[in-house]
Ligand binder design. Structure first.
Ligand code: GLC
Length: 599
């Protein structure tokens, strides 16, 4: 069996490139199902707690630091904070390996700090969405320690074990392992255990009702504390065919588009478990749930979020963020970049998936992705502000809840490390070792990581221009980007034209015009235009035109019969209109009310 590259990227890349389902055209669709909800109208701001603000000088962000910066968060106009895992963890994968679900990671503080933080968020009208990591836990969790101690331990079936006397188990990928295998041999009981990520992250056995009850009880405890929702880490992977049949490449190709992540997301009991979770936990509270939709496609995503099925509220797909990588290689960008026409098609098709019911999301960056500016815009100094604000305009003018990653409002960019020693991420480090062992091209790998590595977006937040950017008083856990000198909160607060102020303006515009910008019908225009992403949003008989130049050459858009009215926002004055043609400046973005109902 062919080995798989780390994490979800190659798996996802393959799975998302093609999909048999062809959604209906947005233009034929009525508006969404009309059910208004607070989480549809919200702007979510994701904070990577390790890198936001260090209050005790150990170089690691913490909850007290975050609490002290809530006025800043509030000032952005966002509604919900999604916080990456803050639970007890030995940190093999920065908190995505949980050793105690009811505790706070020592580096981040205490439960008392958490209670204060939550109270302060609620005082300011901010909601808190936590990360729920229940496909796997840490090998240092008490459950696993018990489980591995003997074959008859009561916790044995909390995990997936394969007795060695049955021979080697059938291949499953282990994303963060140098040998690519998702099984690890444990001599203590002469058995293998399953881990889809690193061996420090054993997969939980959701077929065991006792385990499920433990998870639900834990979720209930957090909801009773007052948290407002969960982002559910690789939730589509929780169900497994526990006979662990051999999967041939031919089968994988035929049924799952050649992609392991699609196989992993199609476990036989996934939807039973989610419906049970909804019944036993989620239905009791007015909370928000978001699936990390790994392995889901346009054909399967609705099953997670269809309100009639009573599972989850929203999901996020990987098709958009996978665009532009070369197939079959680990995060190597196509030297030609990505095609805007393909980008437009992806986001338009996904919009139409949820046009009738369910609800979508939109994001361009998070802790698993590089900085959106470097990946989707242009981080050269002359284009930084324009392309950042253009991408912000896109995210906040699409239908679907926007998930906005901290620091993108400042125009933070990839740090682009030269050496493997600078990386802290298990994914980069294990992949480097894998390539080294195979005698592969390490320089090529490092060059690719300058664009694709996850640590690019995990560098500390830039509060000011000082040596440690106001993040810490000691050595930060991950290097700080040198561009903190120009790109930082202090400087941008003072500059009325900064990307920071633009973000606030755009958030306000979305919130002041919810019918149009949150719920309104989306229609793609001029789909073959290689430089300009143009679309309309429409509600209550009114329409706005959104024009986004994704090119350093600007771009042109033909108005046809449309007549421009009031300009709602424009990242670069003026808007050059000559007859029917609008000539956009490089990375120009604007939203303009239309006078007529064409096109
Ligand atoms: C998710 C997380 C990622 C983590 C992985 C394993 O994809 O977003 O950061 O490494 O799951 O938990």
């Amino acid at each position: 069996m062919k080995k798989q590259a780390p994490f979800l990227y190659i798996l996802i890349l393959l799975s998302t490139l093609s999909c048999n389902n062809s959604p209906k055209q947005a233009a034929d669709m009525p508006n969404n199902d009309g059910q208004k909800k607070w989480w549809k109208e919200a702007v979510v701001y994701q904070i990577y707690p390790r890198s936001f603000k260090d209050s005790d000088g150990d170089g690691v962000g913490d909850l007290k630091g975050l609490t002290g910066k809530l006025d800043y968060v509030k000032s952005l106009g966002v509604d919900i904070v999604w916080l990456n895992p803050i639970y007890g963890s030995p940190n093999a994968d920065n908190g995505y390996d949980i050793s105690n679900y009811d505790d706070i990671m020592k580096e981040f503080g205490t439960m008392a700090d958490f209670d204060v933080m939550l109270g302060e968020m609620h005082k300011r009208g901010l909601k808190l969405v936590m990360d729920l990591v229940v496909n796997h836990c840490s090998d240092e969790h008490e459950w696993f320690k018990q489980s591995r101690s003997s074959r008859t331990n009561p916790y044995r079936n909390y995990f997936h074990w394969w007795p060695a006397e049955k021979g080697k188990p059938a291949f499953r990928p282990g994303s963060f392992e140098v040998d690519g295998s998702g099984w690890r041999f444990d001599s203590l009981t002469n058995s293998y255990y399953l881990h889809y990520f690193s061996y420090k992250q054993p997969d939980l056995n959701w077929e065991n009702p006792k385990l499920r009850q433990e998870i639900y009880a834990m979720m209930n405890r957090w909801f009773k504390k007052g948290v407002d929702g969960f982002r559910m880490d690789v939730i589509p992977f929780i169900s497994k065919d526990t006979t662990f049949p051999v999967i041939t490449e031919a089968e994988l190709k035929e049924k799952y588009n050649g992609a392991w992540d699609q196989y992993m997301a199609s476990g036989p009991t996934l939807h039973n478990h989610l419906q049970e979770m909804n019944k036993e936990v989620l239905s009791k509270y007015d909370v928000m749930t978001l699936a990390e939709g790994a392995g889901t496609t346009k054909a399967t995503a609705m099953n997670l979020v269809d309100p009639d099925r009573k599972e989850l509220d929203m999901s996020y797909h990987f098709e958009g963020v996978s665009l532009g990588y070369l197939p079959g290689e680990f995060k190597q960008m196509d030297p030609a970049g990505y095609k805007l026409t393909e980008f437009k098609k992806i986001y338009s098709d996904w919009d139409s998936v949820f046009a009738d019911k369910g609800w979508g999301t939109v994001y361009l960056g998070n802790h698993d992705q590089p900085r959106m500016l470097t990946r989707w815009g242009n981080d050269a100094p002359e284009f930084r502000e324009a392309s950042s604000t253009m991408l912000t305009t896109f995210l906040l003018s699409m239908r679907g809840t926007p998930f906005y990653y901290f620091g993108d409002e400042l125009g933070m960019s990839n740090i682009k490390f030269d050496k493997i020693d600078d990386y802290r991420d298990i994914e980069s480090i294990s992949m480097y070792e894998q390539i080294k062992n195979k005698g592969g091209d390490l320089q090529r790998f490092l060059n690719g990581q300058k664009i694709g590595a996850r640590d690019n977006s995990r560098t500390p937040f830039q509060w000011d221009a000082s040596a440690n950017a106001g993040f810490t008083t000691s050595t930060p856990w991950l290097k700080i980007n040198d561009n903190k000198k120009e790109i930082n909160v202090e400087a941008e607060e003072k500059n009325p034209n900064s990307t920071l102020h633009y973000f606030r303006k755009m958030v306000k515009l979305r919130k002041d015009n919810k019918d149009m910008l949150v719920y309104g019908r989306y229609t793609l225009l001029d789909k073959n235009n290689p430089d300009v992403y143009a679309y309309t949003r429409e509600a209550n008989g009114e329409k706005v035109l959104v024009l986004l130049s994704f090119s350093k050459n600007g771009g042109a858009f033909n108005l046809d019969k449309m007549q421009l009215g009031e300009e709602w926002i424009n990242n670069q004055q003026p808007l050059k209109v000559n007859g029917n043609t609008i000539s956009l400046q490089p990375y120009q973005a604007c939203i303009i009310k239309l006078k007529t109902s064409a096109p």
